[in-house]
Structures are given as C-alpha cells and as structure tokens.
Design a protein around this ligand. Structure first.
Ligand code: DAT
Ligand code: MG
Length: 174
C-alpha cells in the first residue's frame, strides 16, 4: 500500500444550508458508497471563535465575515444555527470525500457532486456549498483536533495525553 493510500481520517461538516435543505441522509448515503468508516459525529452550535479558527486561512479575504456568519448559520434562523460534524476514516479518504463534494465554487462544481447538485451563490457572494471536507492530511489533523476531543471519537486517531484538571465544573443529568 503506498503512502497516499494509507488510512486517512477526514473532517466532514454538513453546513447549516445542508441541514436546512434536509440533505443529511443524501450526503450520508453518498459517503457510504466510499466504504469509509465513521469514527465520530455530533451536532454543533458553532461559536464565532470556532468558526474563525476553522477558516483562519481565509481571514484576510473580503468574504471572511460573511463566511463566518454562514458556517454559524446566522442567516437561517435559530433552528438552523448548527452543523453536523463527522470524522470518517478510510483509504484515500480525503480525496474521495473531496471528489464527492465537488469544487469549492458550486457554479463550477461537477453537476453530480454534492456542491454541484445542491449549492448556490448568495446575492452577498457567499458560496453556500452544503458540505465541508478536509483538503489535506495536515488540514484534516488540524480540523479534527479543533472540532473533536479525543474521547468524542471511538478510537484516538492521533496521539493523546492525560492531564489532571482541578475545579472543572461539568453539567450532568439531574
Ligand atoms: P473548500 O471549502 O473547498 O476547502 P476553501 O478552504 O478555499 O474551500 O474555502 C472555504 C470556504 O470559503 C468555501 O467552502 C466557501 C468559501 N469561499 C472560498 N472562496 C470563496 C470566494 N471566492 N467567494 C466566496 N466564498 C468563498
Ligand atoms: Mg478548505
């Protein structure tokens, strides 16, 4: 097995427009065709801090402010201020999920891809492109560590360490 065919983890987000358009089932079906396995999943209300950290490579772009509002779901109303975050792992997973997703600009994406089928560009110039998928091994590691704690994955895909914290308050079921 070559280095590029090694088992790779990748972060996938169903963005707020994908949730609003009820595309989750459709996206999961397409992902299932790649024979990857799911390692973690959760619904997240995206904080401004998380949104800005996720898109830090674009912070100097003129569309950065609108992009942060978009991933937070600010433009869709309270019921859609969330994303579905997932980690999948498989052979060549990063490329496979990027292929299924399609090009960044939904107008340029292959018409059978997720972005090509369901994406649009808003009047404010935001690419509403339904899905996020990590674009490199390095990005996947940075993004997975940003979105998930080790214990939220079924097995630790990166090295972990144990730290003892005092005075942590935690909400538990009453
Ligand atoms: P990708 O999401 O395909 O990895 P990216 O990392 O370059 O693309 O950009 C992240 C998101 O930012 C992308 O999904 C949509 C938005 N975006 C990128 N380029 C844009 C542009 N020229 N105009 C508007 N939005 C853009
Ligand atoms: Mg990217």
């Amino acid at each position: 097995m070559s280095a590029t065919a090694a088992l790779q983890p990748t972060l996938i987000l169903v963005k707020p427009d994908g949730l609003k358009k009820s595309l989750t089932g459709n996206i999961l079906t397409k992902l299932a065709e790649t024979r990857m396995i799911i390692v973690g999943a959760k619904v997240v209300q995206v904080s401004r801090e998380l949104a800005e950290a996720h898109y830090t490579h674009l912070k100097d772009k003129p569309f950065f402010g609108e992009l942060v509002r978009y991933i937070q779901g600010e433009i869709y109303g309270a019921d859609y201020r969330r994303v579905l975050a997932m980690v999948y792992r498989g052979e060549d997973a990063i490329r496979k999920v990027r292929d299924i997703s399609g090009a960044t600009n939904p107008e340029e994406a292959d018409s059978t891809s997720i972005r090509g089928s369901y994406g649009r560009i808003t009047t404010k110039g935001v690419y509403e492109n339904v899905i996020h998928a990590s674009s490199s091994v390095e990005d996947a590691e940075r993004e997975i560590k940003l979105w998930f704690k080790p214990d939220e994955l079924v097995f630790p895909i990166y090295p972990t360490k144990t730290v003892i914290r005092e005075k942590i308050t935690e909400k538990v079921w009453a």
